[in-house]
Design a binder for this molecule. Structure first.
Ligand code: GDP
Ligand code: ZN
Length: 283
């Protein structure tokens, strides 16, 4: 008899499956090698408790390459106010990729305790994203600021955390769940070895939700975008104007009577996408 469960851990051919009755370590049938789909953390599966075997993977909403996690609902995009300085180029890229994967972004500006002189500038930039319909949270793992605002976002979801190295991702997870004891940069540097050397992936249970323990998700993961001509669909700030463009399939680059470009020129819309679209076309 098979029952349904969720893979929350993957380690060298074994899959930790959580189900109503508990947790069991399973293997996957050879079948997966034939079908070309191997189980991923985050997969809902049909498995058997008796022979500790996964028999079937339920259809996925999405699947990321880095970290290898399926059915991701939300991405926590961490950008520090300082050290390193807040930057929007990478953020813009994340937002486009997430839209394509159908993953809800939550922008988290970390290390707020370090923001003094540049606080006003960051707030202005954050407002631009809020106007586009994105949610922005402010946190500090140093002073435990913003954690209570963050918690409700994690409930009932599978989340991944992304952001460049050193922005405070591990510190944030530790602050949310002190029992985790994840290595932060200082500690791993003092041990003289790099972080994230392990190849296993695990979903950590925080706030009745799940969050992948390995950060990942880079701006290079454009796999979900089929072609350059699809790209424009994933800019939220285009969506209000794009239906008014003269040409169907307008890429909003050089076409005449482009409503998106007109909106940018008249400064109604912050043009999130132009630099990204351009760089994508140059590839
Ligand atoms: P990660 O690479 O994104 O996981 O970043 P870490 O969590 O390893 O943090 C990188 C460095 O920033 C460490 O030295 C942390 O102590 C420091 N750090 C993390 N969060 C904060 C914060 O909220 N405030 C301050 N002042 N420092 C922080
Ligand atoms: Zn257009």
């Amino acid at each position: 008899m098979t029952i349904e469960g969720k893979i929350i851990k993957a380690l060298s051919g074994f899959y930790g499956v959580q189900y109503e009755g508990g947790y069991v370590q399973c293997k996957a049938r050879g079948l997966f090698r034939k079908t070309g789909t191997s189980p991923l953390v985050g997969d809902r599966v049909m498995f058997s408790v008796e022979d500790e075997m996964i028999y079937e993977i339920q259809s996925r909403k999405n699947a990321l390459v880095r970290p290898p996690v399926a059915n991701v609902d939300m991405a926590l995009l961490v950008f520090s106010a300082r050290e390193p300085d807040f930057q929007t180029t990478l953020l813009d890229r994340f937002l486009v990729v997430l839209e394509a994967y159908d993953i809800e972004p939550l922008i988290c500006i970390s290390k707020m305790d370090l923001a003094e002189k540049n606080l006003g500038t960051i707030q202005e930039e954050a407002d631009v994203y809020k106007k586009m319909g994105y949610d922005v949270l402010w946190t500090s793992s140093e002073t435990n600021t913003g954690l209570e605002q963050l918690r409700p976002w994690l409930r009932q979801k599978v989340s991944v955390i992304a952001g460049q190295s050193g922005v405070g991702k591990s510190s944030l997870l530790n602050a949310l769940s002190p029992g985790l004891d994840l290595k932060t940069e200082e500690i791993s540097a003092s041990l003289g070895r790099g972080k994230h050397t392990t190849r296993h992936v695990e979903l950590l249970n925080i706030e009745d939700g799940w969050i992948a323990d390995t950060p990942g998700f880079s701006s290079l993961d454009f796999d979900a975008v089929d072609s350059a001509h699809e790209l424009h669909k994933y800019f939220r700030d285009f969506q209000a104007y794009a239906p008014n463009c003269k040409f169907r399939g307008c890429t909003h680059l050089k076409e005449p009577k482009c409503a998106v470009k007109q909106a940018v020129e008249s400064a109604i819309s912050h043009h999130l996408g132009m630099s990204i679209t351009n760089s994508f076309f140059k590839k």
